[in-house]
Design a protein around this ligand. Structure first.
Ligand code: SF4
Ligand code: SF4
Length: 384
């Protein structure tokens, strides 16, 4: 059985491993493969996993339906269900109520244990405050429809601190892994949650899969210490070694992912000092793989041709470090946050103004040509 951690603040005992229901196995037509997904949930439950995390958006709404159905065979008090209010869709509290009612219907439950304001950042936190979304959630709590209120987060540390101090949250959910210690909330955010006694749920502990299959030269220090340990297990053990981390979410797609996680979180072993040093070596090995040394200082901006110089380099450097084609393709062409066409490297007119301002003395013009070529190839190969 997987280990549980005690949440002093809420007096609950919850499994360290949480089942993230955003990457269920799917069939060829993209629908959730219910047979496979349910078998995974059943095995997780049988092994003591009692925290299941979904959201309004996951699998285009089908995740809430599926997880509600899969868990309905178990006693309601034997598991904790977390889902999220899509604050970005709200223009009124009537809309919030409508979405909440829809979620309850999808889940087929009388109450939600952990309700999160989804993806808070500066913009969605403004919506939260302007509409009175926290008061709305307090009302839901008084009605017995939700038990605990928290938020998930994607923005800079300063925004995180503002949100965290704004309200006495029951818990919160951040992205944290051994490579993102200075990204978003980061370790500074972790320390703040600890000092404010706010329990943490962790998402992306393996950085969206980037820490699950390490390049050989990067993983060498880990393999030397434990040849049998998977790359994912190291990422999980790193994050699980932090005592204010109460739940580590893993979005598992295959039974093998679940089996590996069950092994890691049963008789959990925090990293020793020697193992922490090996993780330091991994960090250093990843850093050596960056394509150029852009620090995103933005001294080179604005570019007269509209090129987002640090934005282009950031995707290129991450691709160099992690070799994750899916992430690189998504960052280049895949979504609303991808580098816009008019800001891509190809628009450079080679005026050279940026190079005079770059403290790293980067050959920006030459590097931008490489960025465009390599990321176009990655995006094309990923589509095939
Ligand atoms: S060299 Fe290219 S990227 Fe640099 S400022 Fe000129 S147009 Fe922009
Ligand atoms: S000035 Fe140089 S290091 Fe700074 S963002 Fe521009 S390219 Fe990157």
């Amino acid at each position: 059985m997987v280990d549980k951690r005690h949440w002093d603040k809420l007096n609950l005992d919850i499994s360290i491993l949480g089942f993230g229901c955003m990457r269920f196995p799917v069939k060829e037509n993209g629908e959730i493969d219910e047979e496979k997904a349910e078998a995974m949930i059943d095995k997780a439950y049988a092994n003591g996993v009692n925290y299941y995390d979904t959201a309004y958006f996951y699998h285009n709404g089908a995740s809430e339906v599926a997880v509600g159905k899969f868990l309905s065979k178990y006693p309601r008090e034997s598991y904790y269900l977390a889902t999220k209010l899509p604050v970005m869709l709200l223009d009124s509290l009537d809309k919030a109520q409508e979405i909440f009612d829809e979620q309850m219907k999808r889940l087929g439950l009388d109450y939600i244990d952990f309700y999160l304001l989804h993806g808070l950042n500066k913009h969605t936190f403004d919506i939260t405050k302007n509409l009175g979304v926290i008061d709305f959630c307090e009302k839901l709590r008084k009605e017995g429809r939700i038990r605990y209120l928290g938020f998930s987060f994607h923005d800079s540390y300063d925004v995180f601190e503002e949100i965290l101090r704004h309200y006495n949250w029951d818990f919160c959910q951040i992205q944290l892994n051994y490579m993102d210690i200075d990204e978003q909330a980061g370790m500074k955010g972790y320390e703040l949650t600890k000092s404010l006694d706010i329990p943490l749920v962790i998402m992306e502990p393996a950085k969206g899969g980037s820490l699950s299959v390490l390049p050989e030269e990067v993983s060498a220090p880990l393999t030397k210490l434990d040849p049998a340990g998977s790359d994912t297990s190291w990422a999980m053990r790193w994050i699980g070694s932090l005592d204010n981390v109460k739940v580590v979410l893993s979005g598992m797609t295959e039974m093998a992912h679940l089996d590996d996680n069950l092994k890691t979180f049963t008789d959990f072993r925090p990293l020793s000092a020697e193992e922490q040093s090996a993780i330091e070596e991994v960090r250093a090995a990843f850093s050596r793989r960056v394509k150029n040394g852009c620090t995103a200082c933005r001294y080179c901006m604005p570019c007269p041709a509209g090129v987002d110089i640090p934005g282009n380099f950031m995707i290129w450097n991450k691709y160099g470090m992690y070799g994750n084609k899916r992430d690189a393709a998504f960052g280049w062409t895949g979504g609303p946050f991808a580098v816009k066409d008019e800001a891509k490297a190809k628009n450079c007119i080679e005026c050279g103004v940026c190079e005079d301002k770059c403290p790293q003395n980067l050959p920006i013009r030459e590097d931008l040509k490489k960025v465009q070529k390599e990321l176009d190839e990655v995006a094309a190969s990923f589509k095939r």
